[in-house]
Design a protein around this ligand. Structure first.
Ligand SMILES: C[C@@](CO)(OP(=O)(O)O)[C@H](O)COP(=O)(O)OP(=O)(O)OC[C@H]1O[C@@H](n2ccc(N)nc2=O)[C@H](O)[C@@H]1O
Ligand SMILES: Nc1ncnc2c1ncn2[C@@H]1O[C@H](COP(=O)(O)OP(=O)(O)O)[C@@H](O)[C@H]1O
Length: 363
């Protein structure tokens, strides 16, 4: 989706869920070799980038539909400190490094959008500036790739504005330098945008271009080595985000690499037939244990999600959000109503669908 003209572009930034995440090895550089399967979903942030002749970057970030609405859902003051997520004993040593607040997103070089814009200016040798506005829906510190998706779409948007969108491979390295999850978002099919016109520019790369034909990818290395995973249709999800921001680094630090890591192969195979009970059987997230030790509310949320009839209930990424799979959009909607009655305020309950494989977006 993009509304591109000579001076501005609008991009939708999809979130992601990890259907599988296994730790294979702790690396000397402080990262882990992982085996993960990520699916992009239609819960999106909105990015608008305008070209300025004067070099420099400006960034404005707002929550959609509004900060007030989200603070009510989460049961936090609009500028409150993030809930500690410490365990019931409130052990401060377990509290995650909480964001200044659940709703405070940095508007300076700490924001991955800003870093991506600076990297693109340098990479393409531009003497232009960019005025950027970002509308956030994807919860922060949730394990849903919000910041990474924003960064990837910023790279794509600036490449499109300067007529370089054709060569995704050169952007792959920039993306991987910004974050391990960022390359995944570069190669997704464009998100259909009701307010936009044609989908964003072509996303063809050479060896990985096949990856842009699927909203699902198998990622290895630290998450930057990608292969497409065929999927037999669309999956319906219900996502629950408790009012807790978890630090990705902290969760990885608390994780243990198993002696015999399990493989995502059975899960990847089950996605082709889309047999939900089979998919649920092969799902796994090795970061669940460290996350639930810090935020014990995750256990209560999983219990409520199972009881609401969802299948394959699991933490996404390093958390704090969890998702479950519903048989149909209708059953997802009714499970969400039940969960909102039980968990809100104090959590966001969202429904979402995996992005359609490109063949379906042409219909
Ligand atoms: C956990 C995952 C699962 O998809 O997503 P999120 O929960 O962040 O959405 C990713 O691996 C997060 O990717 P990303 O958020 O880009 O992480 P990065 O900025 O690259 O790394 C943040 C920190 O996480 C740890 N890290 C990250 C990736 C990896 N394969 N091994 C690690 O140990 C390192 O301590 C690193 O310094
Ligand atoms: N564009 C962005 N959107 C949201 N958070 C951002 C952004 N840039 C930097 N951050 C910071 O990164 C933290 C993690 O953001 P998150 O959306 O969870 O990213 P990811 O899931 O890719 O790790 C946030 O709590 C926030 O402080």
């Amino acid at each position: 989706m993009s509304k591109t003209n000579a001076s501005q572009i609008r991009m939708l930034c999809p979130a992601k869920l990890n259907l599988f995440l296994e730790l294979c090895k702790r690396r000397d550089d402080g990262y882990h070799d992982i085996d993960t399967v990520m699916v992009a979903i239609d819960l999106v942030d909105e990015l608008q980038i305008r070209v300025r002749q004067q070099p420099g970057i400006s960034l404005q970030v707002d929550w959609l539909p509004s900060r007030h609405e989200l603070s009510c859902q989460l049961g936090v003051e609009p500028s409150s400190k993030a809930a500690t997520g410490a365990d019931d004993q409130g052990d401060p040593s377990l509290a995650p490094e909480s964001a200044a607040s659940l709703l405070d997103i940095p508007c300076d070089e700490r924001n991955l959008v800003w870093r991506a814009a600076e990297a693109a200016v340098k990479h393409f040798g531009l003497d232009l500036g960019f005025e950027i506005t970002l509308g956030k829906r994807i919860p922060a510190g949730a394990g849903m790739g919000g910041a990474s998706s924003n960064a990837a779409m910023t790279l794509l948007a600036i490449a499109t504005l300067v007529g370089r969108q054709g060569d995704l491979d050169s952007l792959h390295g920039l993306a991987a330098d910004i974050g391990s999850d960022v390359p995944f978002f570069l190669r997704l099919p464009p998100v259909p945008d009701p307010a936009g016109t044609a989908p964003a520019g072509t996303r063809n790369g050479s060896e990985n271009s096949a990856a842009s034909i699927s909203p699902v990818a198998w990622a290895t290395g630290r998450g930057e080595v990608l292969q497409p995973v065929p999927i037999g249709g669309r999956l319906n999800f219900v996502i629950v985000y408790p009012a807790i921001a978890l630090s990705t680094a902290r969760i990885y630090q608390g994780a243990t690499v198993p002696d015999s890591p399990i493989s995502s192969a059975p899960l990847r195979k089950s996605l082709q037939t889309l047999a939900i009970s089979e998919i649920g059987q092969f799902m796994e997230n090795r970061l669940t244990e460290p996350a639930r030790k810090i935020a014990s509310r995750i256990d209560e949320i999983h219990e409520s999600m199972w009881q609401s009839g969802l299948k394959g209930v699991q933490l996404t990424g390093s958390g704090s959000a969890s998702f479950g799979i519903a048989d149909t959009p209708k059953s997802a909607g009714s499970a969400a109503v039940t969960l909102r009655q039980q968990l809100c305020p104090g959590a966001r309950v969202m429904t979402a669908c995996s992005l359609p494989p490109p063949a379906q977006t042409q219909t």
